[in-house]
Design a protein around this ligand. Structure first.
Ligand code: ARG
Length: 562
């Protein structure tokens, strides 16, 4: 429908010898604060200088040029001062929405905007030999949603998990295992045991020896490599379990360790391109002049670094995928770091460096405002958080459905718990810090994941009360119906907005909004037995479809019953 408005304006502008592209007109169009001013408004201020006329006058003359479009499209087109306001035909909107949503179903809202161009989305990227902590949860949730959004818009998405499986911490772990490790304990509770070992070995007195161990590993020492492989396997098993539970998938697992052998090439290339400087025996790229500090490339003991591996990995990824865009979903504490990496790639002459984007996120905070992940020195493990959320969800479910079967309870509680955590995160602008408050997340009321699921289930229970009818007639529409219809028609624009800002909160907030509008509609408009029954049932079905598609983009599954 927006396209229709654009077409009319374009034609009218042409007669005034003003040429604008569709996209430019689209960007100028405003959604008025109140429906009294129409569904779209076109402001004429920007033409004043060019046409040497008052904006009000321009609006009047453009309105003249537009003429009388078919009444099935527009109920009215009026000027109000410097604006031209467009009022769509309500019934046409209603029919269009219902027809499109119920015809295209899970494809409603999709476009070929991405033209199958490749986007690499790197997210989650936990460090092996440590339990999957809450520190990597944000990246997992947000990255997954961004990948879903890109896919929905017709990009070819490659989901990459870049494991932290190399680095000096493995020196500590190797040393620790040799000193404090027990095969028995490793078999019983592998991840916890590795953590124990790590904590014991992460002390100043072991520093030198740990470095020695890491050097052995980098040199390809067989025994060290064997242990490292074992640690990696153990961790991967745990990570896979968690990803499976959360419904998260990757196309490619990369790891820092893969670039160990390519390190020499990168260092040599930096050397040849005269980008390296010696500093106290170490090698650095000096970006101080650009306000980006220095980036350490090789330590004085020749040990390689996180940054060197990232450079090698980026170059490799481009060779392999020729991506249009590469997104790194990583916490904002690495902001400067990624600026350095992208700048160095640029200085190396890779013009695709400009297509690399660090999509940052803020921290999880406790209710006390302190960093959540390390409160009271405790690390929070994903498994424990999930279990706690599930048990809270169970309480809520049992309150409403005391006679539910055990099996169904387990199934529902898991889906609700995931929705609670995902939505609790995604509703926030990702750059901001946010309070991680499971109790609030799990509530069935308010701006929460379970509320969205609840609205979907409620809508479903209305449809179940009656047979679906194929045909419907649209009578005079109530304001609550119009609001809901208009918002549902905006879905595609919303997805595009979320993509442009790489911010899933746009979608999360939309899910909440349409759920609210649905509940208001249902409160105000009787369905079963009313003369509008057939249309209203179709509208409810359309609402469910849109909510389902939108929730899918967040990684949230909906439920038929709550
Ligand atoms: N494993 C890293 C960490 O936990 C995150 C990796 C981010 N991605 C990257 N390409 N550096 O801090």
């Amino acid at each position: 429908m927006k396209k229709l408005v654009v077409k009319l304006i374009k034609k009218a502008l042409k007669k005034k010898r003003v040429k604008l592209k569709d996209e430019e007109i689209e960007n100028l169009l405003e959604i008025p604060p109140s429906a009294d001013f129409g569904d779209y408004a076109f402001p004429c201020f920007f033409l004043a200088e060019k046409l040497k006329q008052e904006p009000d006058q321009i609006a009047l003359e453009l309105r003249e040029e537009i003429g009388t479009p078919p009444a099935t499209d527009f109920e009215d087109i009026q000027t109000a001062g410097p604006y031209i306001n467009f009022y769509f035909n309500r019934k046409t909107l209603a029919k269009k929405l219902v027809w499109e949503a119920l015809t295209y179903k899970k494809n409603y809202g999709k476009t070929d905007f991405g033209k199958k161009k490749k986007i690499l989305v790197e997210f989650s990227s936990p460090n092996i030999a440590k339990p999957f902590g809450i520190g990597h949860l944000r990246s997992t949730i947000i990255g997954n949603s961004i990948a879903n959004i890109c896919e929905f818009l017709g990009f070819k998405v490659i989901r990459v998990n870049y494991l932290g499986d190399w680095g000096t911490q493995f020196g500590k772990l190797l040393l620790g295992y040799n000193k404090f490790g027990s095969e028995k304990k490793l078999q019983k509770n592998p991840v916890k045991h590795l953590l124990e070992i790590y904590i014991k070995a992460n002390k100043k007195i072991y520093e030198k020896k740990s470095r020695e161990e890491f050097r052995k590993l980098e040199a390809g020492d067989k025994k060290a490599l064997m242990l490292w492989r074992l640690f990696k396997e153990i961790s991967m098993e745990e990570f896979e379990k968690i990803y499976n539970t959360l419904g998260i998938k990757f196309d490619v697992y990369l790891g820092e360790s893969m670039y160990n052998k390519k390190m020499k090439n990168v260092i040599q290339e930096l050397e040849e391109k005269k980008l390296l400087k010696k500093s106290k025996g170490a090698k650095i790229v000096d970006l101080k002049k650009e306000g980006l500090g220095v980036c350490l490339i090789e330590k004085s003991d020749k040990a390689t670094l996180y940054a060197t591996r990232d450079l090698a990995s980026a170059i490799d990824r481009y060779k392999k995928y020729k991506f249009e865009k590469m997104i790194y979903e990583v916490g904002q504490e690495q902001k400067l770091y990624f600026k350095q990496i992208f700048r160095i790639l640029e200085l190396m002459g890779y013009d695709w460096a400009k297509d690399c984007i660090h999509v940052e996120h803020g921290l999880y905070l406790g209710k006390d405002g302190k960093r959540f992940a390390t409160r009271k020195g405790k690390t929070f493990f994903m498994r424990d958080i999930l279990d706690e959320t599930i048990s809270l969800a169970k309480k809520e479910i049992v309150k409403r459905a005391p006679s539910i079967s055990r099996k169904e309870l387990e199934k529902r509680a898991l889906k609700i718990a995931i929705a609670a955590i995902f939505y609790g995160d995604l509703k926030n602008n990702r750059s901001n810090n946010m309070v991680f408050d499971i109790k609030r997340f799990v509530s069935f009321e308010g701006d929460t994941g379970p509320y969205i699921q609840y609205s979907y289930a409620r809508a479903g229970s209305i449809l179940k009360k009656t047979k679906n009818q194929d045909k419907f007639e649209v009578y005079e529409l109530q304001p609550q119906e119009i609001e809901l219809i208009k918002k549902l028609l905006q879905f595609q624009e919303i997805v595009l907005d979320a993509y442009k800002s790489l911010n899933p909160s746009v979608i999360a907030n939309y899910c909440h909004k349409i759920s609210q509008l649905f509940n208001e509609f249902y409160h105000a408009c009787p369905v079963i037995g009313s003369k509008e029954e057939s249309f209203r049932l179709a509208l409810i079905a359309a609402f469910r479809q849109v909510l389902k598609n939108a929730s899918h983009l967040l990684g949230i599954e909906l439920l038929e019953e709550m």
